[in-house]
Design a protein around this ligand. Structure first.
Ligand SMILES: Nc1ncnc2c1ncn2[C@@H]1O[C@H](COP(=O)(O)OP(=O)(O)OP(=O)(O)O)[C@@H](O)[C@H]1O
Length: 258
């Protein structure tokens, strides 16, 4: 595997080229509480399938996603299907079709499952309840249950379902398997595989087995900077690279979490 410098990341030639990206980010910088937490991120999200955003704890993965959504102050270029969205407020970014599944799930705990879904409906668009209930039959059964009384895994399903309900152009999904039991990790993986058939996904994920199963491409951050992008298998099959950039072996065993 050839590691790339930040300037090379996102280049459109050679093995690093992402075929027809849906989202292109260039020289993204972002700050939180007066501190620069994203220093220079270039990334491309492929128009199909799953692109994984990887890195050790605290390198700026969540901040990168929040910056794309406009949830924290940012500069740089962010293009959604060629349209510059880098100066738009969060609600406009969402309206244009960037779905966000936050790390802490953020369900409305006092509302029912059905109410959580209804609130997520974007005005004027199609609402894909058929897809949502096909993927998450349990959410139909538990429609009248308060979301706050669901298990962590079920709340994750509500969070994913809300993003899938709308006709989004891309989904940004932040650590969906975090804290889940192995069976639920598999279930989330199954759902994301199916979701990625409908909408491209940028996935922050610490479990490298999930990355291996789902992602076709990876972008790796260190210290708020993108330092590598390329084919997922090339990266995961290079133990020296995964050790150096993630601090773990990129092996195939399910315990291969970062
Ligand atoms: N609200 C905040 N106030 C101060 N510092 C913050 C805040 N949010 C994030 N940071 C800092 O920004 C840096 C990047 O955090 P971020 O959550 O983006 O990293 P991450 O790669 O997603 O980490 P993890 O894998 O642990 O979730 C970290 O040093 C973090 O401490």
């Amino acid at each position: 595997m050839t590691e790339q410098t930040p300037a090379q990341v996102g280049a459109t030639s050679g093995s690093s080229a992402t075929p027809t990206p849906v989202l292109v980010v260039r020289d993204l910088r972002a700050h939180v509480a007066g501190q620069q937490v994203v220093e220079h991120v270039d990334l491309e999200v492929a128009a199909t399938g799953v692109t994984a955003l990887l890195g050790r704890n605290g390198v700026g993965k969540t901040s990168t996603i929040k910056a794309v959504m406009g949830l924290i102050g940012r500069s740089g270029t962010i293009e959604l299907e060629g349209r510059d969205i880098s100066a738009l407020p969060t609600h406009r970014v969402a309206q244009l079709g960037v779905g966000y599944v936050p790390e802490d799930r953020e369900v409305f705990s006092g509302l029912t499952v059905t109410e959580n879904l209804r609130l997520a409906e974007r005005k004027g668009g199609e609402h894909r309840y058929d897809l949502v209930y096909e993927l998450f039959p349990e959410l139909k059964e538990r429609g009248q249950q308060a979301a706050g009384t669901l298990s962590g895994g079920q709340q994750q399903m509500v969070s994913l379902a809300r993003a899938l309900l709308n006709d989004n152009r891309v989904l940004l999904v932040d650590e969906p398997t975090k804290g889940l039991a192995p069976r639920l990790v598999q279930e989330v993986g199954r759902v994301l595989t199916r979701a990625a058939e409908v909408v491209p996904v940028l996935l922050v994920e610490q479990n490298l087995q999930v990355v291996r199963d789902l992602a076709s491409r990876v972008v790796v951050l260190t210290d708020g900077r993108s330092v590598h992008c390329g084919q997922a298998t090339d990266f995961l099959d290079d133990p020296a690279a995964t050790q150096r950039l993630l601090g773990v072996h990129g092996g195939t065993d399910p315990a291969g979490a970062v």
